[in-house]
Design a protein. Sequence first.
Length: 217
Amino acid sequence: MKITITAFERSPDGGMGLARDTRVRWALEEAGQPYAVRPVSFAAMKQPAHLALHPFGQIPTYEEGGLALFETGAIVFHIASRYPGLLPDDADARARAITWIFAALNTVEPPILELATAKFAEGDKPWSKERLPLIADRIRHRLGQLSAHLGDVEWLDGTFSAGDLMMASVLLRVRPSGILDEFPRLAAYVARAEARPAYQRAFADQLAFNTRSPTGG
Ligand SMILES: N[C@@H](CCC(=O)N[C@@H](CS)C(=O)NCC(=O)O)C(=O)O
């Protein structure tokens, strides 16, 4: 069944791979599934046609036959459930890998998002200077806990899984702040994830997509 995802017509990051379509591309590459990408402009994202796919007017979305999904957690979980390669066969190991998807999105990503909001949407507010270090410390607290859990192992729970994909994807978003590099084990973990051929393909594809010429060449 043909898979189509949506992505920013032009990602605001210019192809750094931080927009969330990258994690979906990565999951599809890990699962060996071909897919098409439909670009959506900021204006089109808020129009009825896109809102029918994504009630919050965001990207990415995922269409496969009659199925339409939004939320990267649900999309990556769906890909990992439908295709082999991203979740272990053992039921308990599978449940633990799924737990890491939730942990990445519900526990690690929120303060990272808060930092981006504080910098880019609220950076001109008078209280912003005082707020930023508080958020940075909340991120450090979480990364410290994650680093302690990871220790010196390669992946969060045995073999690489959708949980690692989501966690590395979330951690990549904090790297530009410099905070990730304060945690060498986590920086190395992200580097291992980035070195995976599937990530390399996903990254290259989003870069080509976000730097294509306006005429489509
Ligand atoms: N929780 C959602 C967040 C989706 C999201 O924030 N998408 C961003 C791009 S990475 C977006 O569409 N931003 C534009 C907007 O919100 O108007 C998910 O994981 O899919």
